[in-house]
Design a protein around this ligand. Sequence first.
Ligand code: NDP
Ligand code: 2IT
Length: 464
Amino acid sequence: MDVLPRPTSTTGKLTARATKYMDEFMNGLIQRNPGEPEFIQAVREVAESLVPYVLEHPKYEEAEILQRITEPDRIVSFRVCWEDDQGRIQVNRAWRVQFNNSIGPYKGGMRFHPSVNQGILKFLGFEQVFKNSLTGLPMGGAKGGSNFDPKGRSDREVMRFCHSLMTELHRHIGPDTDVPAGDIGVGSREISYMFGQYKRLENAFKGAMTGKGLSYGGSLVRKESTGYGCVLFARNMLQHKGEDLAGKTCTVSGSGNVSIYAAEKAIEIGAKVVTLSDSSGFVHDPDGVDAEKLEFVKDLKEIRRGRIAEYAERFPSATYHDKVRPWGVPCDIALPCATQNELNAEDARNLLKNGVQCVSEGANMPATLDAAHAFVEAGVLFGPGKAANAGGVAVSGLEQSQNALRLSWSREEVLRRLEGIMNNIHAKCVEHGTREDGSVHYVRGANIAGFVKVADVMAAYGIL
Ligand code: NDP
Ligand code: 2IT
């Protein structure tokens, strides 16, 4: 059996009862979910915070909430057939993991990447339950996606795939049921194709997806919201300690939607962004990425769908490092914004050695459990994804509100609400995660704050 980390109580004391409960709970979970390491990792991270809390609050233990909240409401899995440009038939698999709708309709992104499998979507759906709860908006948690790889595919191929996927998915979603959005490999192009087919099949224009284009029901700032929110959360953590983001050096991983707008907000606040990456390697620009260079990256990644190596060809101040991740570059703040488990224990040691003060997770679970432990133990401000990247789904929630009201808020209005939501999430982490010495355990704070709202409602519904 796995060696389990020893849980501590919220007051920091090790309890034998918590250890036994944790062992039994995790061993059961591992047996019930074979071949799903990411899901088990995500639950373990949450259970480390929640087991002591649940034992201190017997109403949750008696209602078996931990056992119930780790079991998805349902998973829909289906075949997606489509025809490629050569006329060959292609077959992919797609899923929608509807994890928990206790506090609102299911909500969460769709991911298109060859690595997608049911376990990865369960981890993402599970995280989404807590994240959506933290936003304070009425959204349950879900995630979906496919092992389809959009890279190298023509627009027409992507269109045929998206239409075919929606031909099945449409019967499982709707504005009051489940509202998908984007994630890795799913941006405005894919959302348009999927939403167009949804609208056609339903013969109704309904807000059943978010991340839509501005002219057909999308919200201003949705595109920027995850990255902006991640940086606002980093600033919140720093300010709570009496420090500021301006003047700090940031490393950013990835060069997709979250990374680009995290970099944009960090630059706007006066930080220096020195790296960007993709799955091939990273670029190091000691002069810093400025607004003009970022425009190049937007065109490269959002329009031309090129590789980040081109940045170093275009800007002589930068160097490209093939097959390497950016965590060896000295920085004050690390913003992992690419994918899960992209920052391991060795990367964490390197970052700590180089004096990192703050890590704000733009991606979902980018730090491995060991890396997250290393940051927390070293006293680094560590904002877990479910808090730090909640700005994206929060503005999705605002898009749903605007659709329901049949109006569009101004950019200033959405930005103001996004900032308010990120401030509230930070305050909830402080409320539930402050240690006796006044420092904040953001992982514990986010897990407990996200849990309480959902758990209380689950208990109120009775045995469901
Ligand atoms: P994009 O598809 O726009 O960008 C993904 C970026 O991550 C690309 O640079 C990509 O490089 C890189 N990447 C993807 N997979 C890997 C991998 N296996 N190894 C190394 N690099 C990889 O996705 P997003 O920016 O939307 O999402 C990034 C992260 O943020 C994900 O974890 C997602 O779940 C999370 N997130 C996204 C939200 C959103 O609103 N979009 C909201 C909250 C969280 P390459 O091009 O080479 O594949
Ligand atoms: O991980 C996430 O929060 C997202 N991909 C965004 C989900 C959403 O519904 O906007």
